[in-house]
Design a protein around this ligand. Structure first.
Ligand SMILES: O=c1ccn([C@@H]2O[C@H](COP(=O)(O)OP(=O)(O)O[C@H]3O[C@H](CO)[C@@H](O)[C@H](O)[C@H]3O)[C@@H](O)[C@H]2O)c(=O)[nH]1
Ligand SMILES: [Mn+2]
Length: 756
C-alpha cells in the first residue's frame, strides 16, 4: 500500500502541464489601443448622425447603416478579446499515468456513445469503422463499452454491426500484437498494401495480414451490397440468433415509427477474441420513435444512451462521438485520464475533456475553411484559461456525474437506476437488465422528468453540444482542452459548398435559439457561475449570425454609393481617414497572427477570411430569416444531417481546390450579386477617377470605397470563375446567375433612389 493519497497527489503533478501563450502580453496591450480606435469611429458616426454635414436623407441612411454595422463589429471584436486574455496550452505526460493509477483495474471505465441517424447519408461501413477504431483502444477491454445509437432505426446499420462484431474478434488482437497505430480498418488497409516479407516470422505476419484484409474486404462487400439493396437478404443472415434480431424488423416500421431495438452484439463477460481475451461490450440501440412525440434529435439520442448505458454498464466516464469521427490514436483515453484521474484537478475542474474536431481529406488551401481554426483551436485554448473549452459534440470525455446537476448540488433522476451512482446487478444480456434498458429508451419515458432541462443533454437548441457545455459551465463545472500533436479523432468535412452552408445554417439557427432563450448568454450567462468573461465570450458564438449585418452593409453600401458618385468615407486628406486602415489592418493582422500561430498557413488563413465573408451573405443571413419566421409562426427547426457520402467527381474538383456550386441554391444568390456589384463599382470608380481632370486627383478620390470594392473583387474571384469561364459540373447554374443579376440590378435601381 505504498500509494497513499498524498504520494499520489504529489506524483499527479506530473500528469499534465500548462503553458501560457507567447503573444498574450502583446494582445493585452493591443486591446485597449484598438478599443480607443473603435470608440473614436463610433463617436464619429454618432456625431455625423446628430450633426450631419449635409441634411440629405441619404447621408442619414448611410451613416445609420454604417453605425449599426460597426456596432456589431465592435461587439464581436469585444467578445473575441475574452479568448485572447489568458490562453493556455496543455500537454499531457501519459507515461506518468501508471504512477497515479497503480493497476490497470483502477482505470475508470468508459462508455462510448456513437450516434448515427441515416444509413444513406452516413454509410454504415463508415460507422462500423469508427466503432472498430475505438473498440481497439489501448485500454482494458472490460472497461470499455461501445453503444451505437441508430436514429435511422435501420436494419442495414444493425447488419453492419453484426458483421463488425465478428471482424472485431480478429481485428483487436491483430492491432495489439502488431502495435498498429491506424485502428480504423479502412484507413489501415487503405494505406498498407502488404509488408515486405522477410524471414519466417514475417511470412506468418504477412499471411495473417492477408487473411485479415480478405476478411475486411468481405465485410465491406457485404455491407455495401446490403445498403445498395436496401434490405438484408436471407442469404446474409447467419444462424438463428441473427434471424431473431432481424426478424424484429417489420415492413410496417419506419424511421419515424418503430419500437425500441436493443441488441447486445458483444458482451465483455462472455465474448472472447480469437486469442481468448475478453472483448469490449458492443451494444446497438435504436430508441423508440413515434411520429406523435418529440425526439430532440441528437440530444434526445444521447440522453437515451445515457440512460440505457446506466442500466447496463454505468461506467463513470462517457465518450461522445459522431459516427464519422474515428479514433486516430489508440492512446487517447489514457491521455484524457491524465486529467480525469488527476486528484489535484478535482472533478469540478474536469467535468469534460474536449478534443478538437479535426478532419481528414481537407484540400491544400482548405477552400471552405472546414478546419475551423478559430472555433476548434484558438477559442478553446483561450477558454481553457477561464472555464475551459466549449463542448463541440464529438471527441469529448465526460464525467457521467456532470450530467446530473451542479458540482455542489446533484439532481437525482426519476429512478435511481439511470443515475450515476447506480451499481449494475446483472450481465448486459440478462433479462431484467434488458427489460429496464428497453423501458428507459421509450419515447414517452422523459415526460414529466428533468431530462433535457436539468439533467442530461439540454434540449431547445439545434447545437445541443454548445448549449449543453454552456449550461454545465453556468452550473459551475469546468472543462479541459486536450489538443495532442497527433489528432485524436478525424472526421469528414463537407466537400460541397451547399452542404457546408446548410450545415452552418443549422448551427446558426441553433445558436440563435440559445441567444434568444431564457438562458441567453447575454443575460443569463454573464451572471452565472461561469463568470462575466466566460459568459460574454459565449456571446461570440450565440450571436454568430449577426456577422451578416456588417458583411452585408460593407458588401453593398460602399459599392452602391460609388456607383452613384456618393462618397461615404473620409478623404485621404482628412485625419479621420487613418482610422480605417488602422482598424482594418489591426483586426486582419491580429486574426492572421492567431491563425498562423496555431499552425495554419497563409493560404488557409486567406480562405478562412473569405469564407467568413461568404457566411455573412449566405448561411448567417438565411438562418436569421428562417429563425425569426419560425419564431413568430411557432414552428420548431429540424436537424438536417450532413451527408458523409462522397461523390467522385465532386471530390476530384474539391481536391483541385475549385468551389462547388453545381445546383441552384438561394444561398448562392447574394454573394453572386455582391461580387457583380463590387466589380461594376470598381470598374466605374476607377474609370471615373481616370477621367476626372483637375480637382484634387487622387487626393479627392474615394480611396476607401475603391479599396472596399477591390477587396470584394479579390474575394469574389471563385464566383467570377464559376459564373464566367468554368465548364465543369460545379460551375454556377444559369438560374442562379439570372436571379443574382436581377437582384444586383434591383439593388442598383433602389440605391439610385435612396442614395441620391
Ligand atoms: O436526429 C439526429 C440527428 C443527428 N444525429 C447525429 O448527430 C451527429 C452530428 O450530425 P452531423 O449531421 O454530422 O452534424 P454536424 O453539423 O456535422 O455536427 C456538428 O454539429 C452538431 C450540432 O451542433 C454536433 O452535434 C456535432 O457533434 C458536430 O460535429 C451525427 O453523428 C448524427 O448521426 C443523431 O443521432 N440524431
Ligand atoms: Mn458531422
Amino acid at each position: 500500500m505504498e500509494d497513499d493519497p498524498t504520494t499520489r497527489r504529489r506524483r499527479s503533478s506530473a500528469l499534465h502541464t500548462a503553458d501560457r501563450w507567447p503573444i498574450t502580453p502583446f494582445n493585452r496591450l493591443f486591446a485597449p489601443i484598438y478599443l480607443l480606435a473603435v470608440l473614436a469611429l463610433l463617436y464619429r458616426h454618432v456625431t455625423n448622425l446628430l450633426v450631419p454635414a449635409t441634411s440629405s436623407p441619404s447621408s442619414f441612411t448611410t451613416t445609420l447603416a454604417l453605425l449599426v454595422a460597426d456596432l456589431v463589429l465592435a461587439f464581436m471584436w469585444a467578445t473575441t478579446q475574452v479568448f485572447r486574455m489568458n490562453p493556455i496550452r496543455r500537454r499531457e505526460a501519459v507515461e506518468n499515468l501508471n504512477d497515479v493509477v497503480a493497476e490497470e483495474g483502477e482505470l475508470p471505465g468508459v462508455d462510448v456513445f456513437i450516434c448515427t441517424a441515416d444509413p444513406y447519408k452516413e454509410p454504415p461501413l463508415g460507422v462500423v469503422n469508427t466503432a472498430l477504431s475505438v473498440m481497439a483502444y489501448d485500454y482494458p477491454r472490460d472497461r470499455l463499452a461501445v453503444y451505437v445509437s441508430d436514429d435511422g432505426g435501420s436494419a442495414l446499420t444493425l447488419f453492419a454491426f453484426v458483421e463488425a462484431a465478428k471482424f472485431a474478434a480478429r481485428w483487436l488482437p491483430f492491432c495489439e500484437r502488431n502495435r498498429v497505430v491506424e485502428r480504423n480498418p479502412a484507413v489501415y488497409f487503405g494505406s498498407n498494401r502488404g509488408h515486405p516479407v522477410d524471414g519466417e516470422v514475417e511470412e506468418i505476419k504477412h499471411t495473417k495480414f492477408c487473411q485479415l484484409q480478405t476478411m475486411y474486404e468481405s465485410m465491406k462487400h457485404k455491407v455495401e451490397h446490403v445498403v445498395e439493396a436496401g434490405k438484408v437478404d436471407d442469404q446474409f443472415i447467419d444462424g438463428p440468433k441473427e434471424q431473431e434480431a432481424f426478424g424484429k424488423w417489420s415492413d410496417k416500421f419506419t424511421k419515424h415509427n418503430h419500437p425500441t431495438f436493443i441488441q447486445v452484439l458483444l458482451d465483455s463477460k462472455n465474448d472472447k477474441d480469437v486469442d481468448g481475451h475478453v472483448m469490449p461490450n458492443l451494444i446497438y440501440v435504436s430508441r423508440e420513435k413515434s411520429s406523435t412525440s418529440q425526439h430532440h434529435f441528437k440530444a434526445g439520442a444521447l440522453n437515451v444512451l445515457l440512460r440505457v448505458s446506466a442500466t447496463m454498464t454505468n461506467q463513470p466516464i462517457v465518450l461522445t462521438l459522431d459516427c464519422d469521427m474515428y479514433s486516430n490514436d489508440p492512446a487517447t483515453p489514457r491521455r484524457a485520464m491524465c486529467y480525469l484521474c488527476d486528484p489535484k484537478l478535482g472533478p469540478e475542474n474536469s467535468a469534460f475533456v474536449q478534443f478538437p474536431q479535426k478532419y481528414h481529406g481537407i484540400n491544400e488551401n482548405d477552400i471552405y475553411a472546414g478546419e475551423f481554426q478559430r472555433l476548434f483551436q484558438a477559442m478553446p485554448m483561450g477558454a481553457d484559461g477561464l472555464c475551459g473549452p466549449h463542448h463541440v459534440g464529438t471527441g469529448c470525455f465526460f464525467r457521467r456525474r456532470a450530467f446530473f446537476g451542479s458540482p455542489s448540488s446533484p439532481v437525482a433522476p426519476e429512478i435511481p437506476e439511470v443515475g450515476p451512482d447506480h451499481v449494475v446487478g446483472g450481465s448486459v444480456r440478462s433479462g431484467s437488465v434488458l427489460e429496464l434498458a428497453h423501458r428507459v429508451a421509450e419515447c414517452g419515458y422523459e415526460n414529466q422528468t428533468s431530462w433535457g432541462s436539468k439533467i442530461g443533454y439540454r434540449y431547445g437548441s439545434l447545437v445541443e453540444d454548445y448549449y449543453t457545455g454552456y449550461r454545465l459551465h453556468c452550473e459551475g463545472w469546468k472543462s479541459v482542452f486536450c489538443c495532442p500533436q497527433r489528432p485524436a479523432f478525424l472526421g469528414d468535412a463537407p466537400i460541397s459548398l451547399a452542404d457546408m452552408l446548410n450545415q452552418q445554417k443549422r448551427w446558426d439557427i441553433g445558436l440563435l435559439e440559445v441567444a434568444f432563450s431564457r438562458f441567453s448568454t447575454l443575460t443569463y450567462g454573464v451572471r452565472s457561475s461561469a463568470g462575466f468573461l466566460m459568459g460574454f465570450g459565449y456571446c461570440q458564438n450565440a450571436f454568430w449570425p449577426s456577422w451578416s449585418i456588417p458583411v452585408i452593409v460593407y458588401s453593398f453600401l460602399p459599392q452602391l454609393a460609388l456607383l452613384n458618385g456618393l462618397h461615404i468615407f473620409p478623404k485621404a486628406t482628412e485625419p479621420w481617414f487613418w482610422l480605417y486602415p488602422f482598424l482594418f489592418l489591426g483586426a486582419y493582422a491580429q486574426d492572421m497572427l492567431d491563425f498562423l500561430l496555431v499552425g495554419g498557413t497563409f493560404q488557409r488563413w486567406w480562405s478562412d477570411q473569405r469564407i467568413w465573408l461568404l457566411r455573412g451573405l449566405t448561411c448567417h443571413l438565411f438562418a436569421a430569416v428562417e429563425y425569426f419566421l419560425k419564431y413568430f409562426l411557432g414552428i420548431a427547426a429540424g436537424f438536417n444531417v450532413t451527408s458523409k457520402v462522397i461523390d467522385e467527381e465532386q471530390s476530384k474538383r474539391y481536391d483541385r481546390g475549385t468551389f462547388e456550386f453545381g445546383v441552384h441554391s438561394p444561398m448562392f444568390v447574394p454573394p453572386t450579386a455582391a461580387a457583380l456589384i463590387s466589380l461594376l463599382a470598381l470598374v466605374q470608380g476607377l474609370a471615373a477617377q481616370a477621367m476626372s481632370r483637375g480637382g484634387g486627383g487622387w487626393r479627392d478620390a474615394p480611396l476607401l470605397q475603391l479599396f472596399v470594392a477591390g477587396f470584394g473583387v479579390v474575394n469574389g474571384w471563385p464566383i467570377y470563375e464559376a459564373v464566367g469561364w468554368r465548364s465543369d459540373g460545379g460551375r454556377m447554374p444559369v438560374r442562379t446567375v439570372v436571379v443574382a443579376v436581377a437582384l444586383a440590378w434591383g439593388c442598383y435601381v433602389a440605391a439610385g433612389f435612396v442614395l441620391k
